[in-house]
Design a protein around this ligand. Sequence first.
Ligand code: C5P
Length: 237
Amino acid sequence: MTVPRYWLVVPAAGSGQRMQAECPKQYLRIHDRFVIDIVLSRLLNSATFEGCMVALSGSDQWWPSTNSCADSRVTTCKGGAARCDSVLAALQALGHEARDEDWVLVHDVARPCLAHTDLSALMTGLAQHPVGGLLATPVTDTLKQAGPERQVLATIDRRLLWRALTPQMFRFGALRQALMSAAGAGLSVTDEASAMEHMGAVPMLVEGRPDNIKITLPADLALAGFILSQLPDQPVH
Ligand code: C5P
């Protein structure tokens, strides 16, 4: 049995307009560190990756101020118009080094609260799986389907519903093919699993912690700081 190889891809080319900040959210600070530095150091210090590709916006002027930019394990490439374009660009940039059967983990730069235990559960839990999968958490709220006037049309049975988180982990060749195929079909997929599903693959859900939040709104930054200070496995300082 061959030892699996893992690559890390971090799409970081979003503008994060909902944060209403003067810089993209990965360059906001938590405990005096850039979000992107927290994300990359947490991942790179808790697992062994062959390499790490970060997709940056062409107009990014903040990356040179980070600690990560001096980290020899990290390489950057230019992202695209949507998240899926940025992930595909990163895979293409790794294309001459990664093998089709290698695993690639894709993690949002806006999720700094990933617990080491969740990363390990994903990597070890799916290491021998043919397709791969993603961290996810069961929906706990009651879900309403709304009509055009915001009137309740139905209450959705939540027992089979999960929230998709990251990292998402798939075979390099299959994921690249799936993202190219989605792009060719004009589909703007919002996660890697959807691209794989469009190819007929069946990704697995690995239950992760619900506090692996994506920083989206201004209030999320303070919440992320609190979560990080409570995680049992973290030193963020
Ligand atoms: O905006 P949202 O939070 O959904 O973005 C999710 C992730 O996708 C973030 O890590 C963001 O930087 C990334 N992204 C990207 N390229 C884009 C849009 C978003 O890399 N064009």
